[in-house]
Design a binder for this molecule. Structure first.
Ligand SMILES: [Zn+2]
Length: 233
């Protein structure tokens, strides 16, 4: 019962996000209310960045990035499933997915290759990689989307970046960027984006990113935008 209540709350959050996303317009809302048949051609592969020995960046509050990435990814999966999409998670616990290697660097290289293989082996995959940003200067904030060179990736990144600026980061001048040197983005064969949800080096943004209510809001924006993108493909 508690789960049903939670899902109802999440559904409410998605509808709110859709209404907030002025860029998405009324079409997305109509799509939801029409109860469109679930999309069976695509599978959204969610990639919670880092994990295990590789915690990624460390936040102002001392938590590893991998924890934020997993919490956000799990909420995103719930929402996408609720909207009728097929999803797969690259990791569902605090682990690295490497298969070989002795040193941390070798394990990290193997981990990234496994993530690419995972996505490349799923027909109709769309990869959404979840990360958090970090910078020595703690002034910087806001979500930023990086995209793969594969077909459709730029369009999805553009839509996500616009949705973030409209709903979560008003006044942000951040723009989507083509991946340069991000291994996973450069080796996948499917459409893919890497979302840096915010800066763990900024105390206010770190506090928001740790907050389950903000995480839900963030995931509602991502889920609504991905859903809209898929309804256009
Ligand atoms: Zn990262």
């Amino acid at each position: 019962m508690k789960r049903i209540f939670q899902m109802a709350m999440v559904y409410g959050a998605v509808v709110t996000a859709l209404l907030l996303c002025t860029k998405l317009g009324s079409r997305a809302v109509t799509t939801l209310s029409e109860n469109k048949a679930p999309d069976r051609e695509h599978c959204i592969v969610i990639d919670p960045g880092h994990g295990g020995e590789d915690g990624g960046a460390i936040s102002r509050s001392g938590l590893p990035e991998s924890t934020y990435n997993l919490e956000i990814s799990q909420k995103l999966q719930d929402l996408l499933n609720l909207l009728g999409h097929q999803t797969k998670m690259i990791r569902t616990s605090d682990i690295s997915v490497y298969t070989k290697g002795e040193t941390l660097a070798q394990k990290k290289a193997s981990d990234l290759k496994e993530r690419v293989n995972f996505a490349n082996n799923i027909p109709g995959a769309i990869l959404v990689s979840i990360h958090q940003n970090h910078f020595p200067d703690d002034r910087y904030s806001g979500a930023q989307v990086f995209y793969a060179g594969t077909e459709g990736s730029r369009q999805l990144a553009e839509a996500l970046q616009k949705a973030f600026v409209t709903t979560l980061n008003p006044g942000s001048h951040r723009q989507e960027k083509k991946s340069s040197g991000i291994y996973v983005m450069e080796h996948i064969q499917c459409p893919g984006v890497l979302i840096e949800c915010g800066f763990l080096s900024n105390p206010e943004e770190d506090a928001k990113l740790r907050d389950p209510a903000y995480q839900k809001k963030l995931c509602s924006v991502i889920a609504a935008t991905v859903s809209q993108y898929l309804s256009n493909t």
